[in-house]
Ligand binder design. Structure first.
Ligand SMILES: [Zn+2]
Ligand SMILES: [Zn+2]
Length: 429
């Protein structure tokens, strides 16, 4: 049986990749790997946030079916209960049962640890203080303070909310050392976090430019103003361009590390025995649609992410049909010749890869950072219905009522064309 490696790059924006037209080459190695792999250019997450997206990647099911709709800590007790009740297929446990050595390099823990023989839990090595900071309630309390008190509070606690993110170099070192000692076949899951705001492990020299105050002044919602001030405090930069440049640097670093892994697999003669997957769990927004340095809302910035899949025996090519993260599990099962009794939402990508057969005409989406926002995207249109729409993070409304976009003539989703009815409404209900 083939080894399987899944590398998730957190908050991975296609707009900052040269493979998608960005003017800077941030993704030299990913492009190289993409050439000998299947590079899916129209791949979408099911959600704009980590917990529901990762759960879909490991179950092949949409949020509504696996239960986890909202990002932790906004996940409700009912969602956890639904998840436990519906839990049948779970990729790590399934592979473990089939004889795979299962290894994860991540730190979020929770139910994501299930089924792994080895789960790198940074938490155990953390200081008491940092563990205290990880309690969502403490984080949330700090966020309720005015910015000066937030700054002070962070100094006193001497940590920042995102310091637990593991540097990608360390992550990849550990991943490579684990492959060396793994029994074959192995399943390795690696989560790279450096691309997640505030990009804590990236050395960056600020330009000295300042436009943060101007940006904040233009915001209408007072809660959001306070929140964005705190985001600038977190990153210790005062210019939008600097933040973008720092983000680019994180992509470059991750790209280099994934390139190193690729080289290692080739040298160890494992590449042709390994299904190798790189994808983003969700995207991120850099000011588009009034979303700053987060992934709220169901606009393209938050939900469209790269997917690169190397399957031994398949030549490299670019695929421009729509696919979704729930399709990864059925594809893997087909490649390794296994089946599940469980009813999945995803479809195997093999007919698309082999015969160019279109496998889906719509993408269903749910917002994990607001109470009740759902969406559906087709090749040409997107419909978003926002019922309970307050953003959990900044308390602004990134969506208003019902929105429909013509993605052909308006790919940046600027003009709401919803007229009171939409042919896409039935897909949502
Ligand atoms: Zn994420
Ligand atoms: Zn927000």
């Amino acid at each position: 049986m083939k080894n399987i490696i899944i590398i998730v790059v957190d908050a991975f924006r296609i707009k900052n990749l040269s493979a998608f037209g960005y003017e800077k080459e941030t993704d030299k190695y990913l492009k190289k790997i993409g050439k000998e792999s299947l590079y899916f250019k129209k791949h979408f997450s099911n959600s704009n946030s980590t917990a529901p997206a990762l759960t879909s990647i490991f179950t092949g099911k949409l949020s509504k079916k696996h239960g986890i709709i909202h990002q932790v800590p906004y996940t409700t007790d009912k969602e956890f209960d639904d998840f436990e009740d519906n839990k049948k297929f779970w990729l790590p446990s399934f592979l473990k049962e089939k004889g795979y050595d299962t290894i994860a390099i991540d730190w979020i823990g929770l139910w994501f640890k299930d089924g792994f023989d080895y789960y790198e839990e940074k938490e155990d090595k953390d200081s008491q203080l940092r563990r205290f900071m990880k309690i969502p309630k403490v984080k949330r309390f700090l966020l309720t303070l005015p910015n000066w008190a937030y700054k002070f509070g962070k100094k006193v606690i001497k940590t920042r909310a995102s310091e637990q993110f593991s540097p990608t170099k360390e992550t990849m070192d550990l991943a490579i050392s684990k492959i060396k000692t793994a029994k074959k076949p192995f399943f390795l899951f690696v989560h790279c976090w450096d691309t997640h705001f505030p990009f804590p492990n990236t050395k960056f020299s600020p330009s000295g430019k300042k436009d943060s105050e101007e940006i904040i002044k233009k915001l209408e919602n007072n809660n959001q103003k306070e929140y964005i001030k705190k985001r600038f405090t977190d990153i210790n930069l005062e210019s939008m361009q600097d933040i973008m440049d720092k983000y680019d640097l994180t992509i470059k670093n991750i790209d280099k590390e994934i390139g190193r892994m690729h080289k290692f697999l080739k040298k160890a003669k494992l590449w042709e025995d390994t299904i190798f997957i790189v994808l983003g769990d969700h995207g991120t927004s850099m000011g588009e649609h009034n979303v700053y340095f987060s992934h709220s809302g169901l606009y393209e910035e938050s939900i469209r992410v790269p997917l690169i899949m190397h399957i031994p025996g398949f030549e490299g090519k670019e695929i421009n049909e729509m696919v979704q993260n729930i399709d990864i599990v059925p594809t893997l099962l087909e490649v390794i010749g296994e089946k599940t009794e469980d009813e999945l939402d995803g479809k195997s990508l093999i007919p698309l890869i082999k015969e160019g057969k279109k496998i889906r005409d719509k993408i269903l989406l749910v917002d994990g950072l607001a109470h009740n926002i759902t969406g559906v995207r087709t090749e040409t249109k997107k419909l978003i219905v926002a019922k309970d729409k307050t953003c959990h993070l900044c308390k602004a409304n990134h969506h208003e009522g019902t929105e429909e976009y013509d993605l052909v003539n308006d790919p940046n989703e600027q003009k709401n064309i919803y007229s009171g009815e939409s042919e896409l409404m039935k897909d949502l209900t």
